[in-house]
Structures are given as C-alpha cells and as structure tokens.
Design a protein around this ligand. Structure first.
Ligand SMILES: [Zn+2]
Length: 82
C-alpha cells in the first residue's frame, strides 16, 4: 500500500486525492499510482502536495534510491580514431 514519504499518510487519508479520484472514477490509491508524478512504483511512495512543497519541490519521483535510469553510456575509441 502506497503512502506519502513525508507525512506517511495513505492516499485515502489525503483530501485532494479523494476528491480527484472520485472525479475520475478511481480509488485514491489508483489515482496516485496513475496520476501522481512523484509516485515511485518500486517503493510505493510519493509526496503529497504539502510534503512536496516542504521538501523543496524535488524533481522526479519520491524515494529515488538509484541514479536516473537514462544514464547515457558513451563508448569511445572505436570509431573516433583518425
Ligand atoms: Zn505528505
């Protein structure tokens, strides 16, 4: 079950998610999983709006434990030789 990384509340306990979820016919849990930009599917944590602001509006998902996945690996030396 997902919960906020900051305050530990579950989506059902956060009013804005209950309202938004009811408007789109989802449960608060489903809404956070599909719509909340800070939701981390691996750890099931997210930042609610209050905690997101308190945390300084971090980029990316909450509770990120590894570097961003799209690390560009550049192989050199094979085709750059004169
Ligand atoms: Zn929170």
């Amino acid at each position: 079950m997902s919960h906020c990384k900051g305050c530990g509340k579950r989506p059902e306990e956060i009013k804005e998610y209950r309202i938004a979820a009811s408007e789109s016919g989802e449960t608060p849990e489903e809404f956070v999983r599909t719509e909340e930009g800070t939701y981390n599917p691996r750890t099931e944590r997210f930042y609610c709006t209050a905690c997101y602001i308190a945390a300084g509006m971090p980029l990316g998902i909450a509770d990120r434990e590894t570097p961003p996945g799209c690390v560009l690996v550049i192989k050199d030396g094979e085709t750059n030789e004169p």
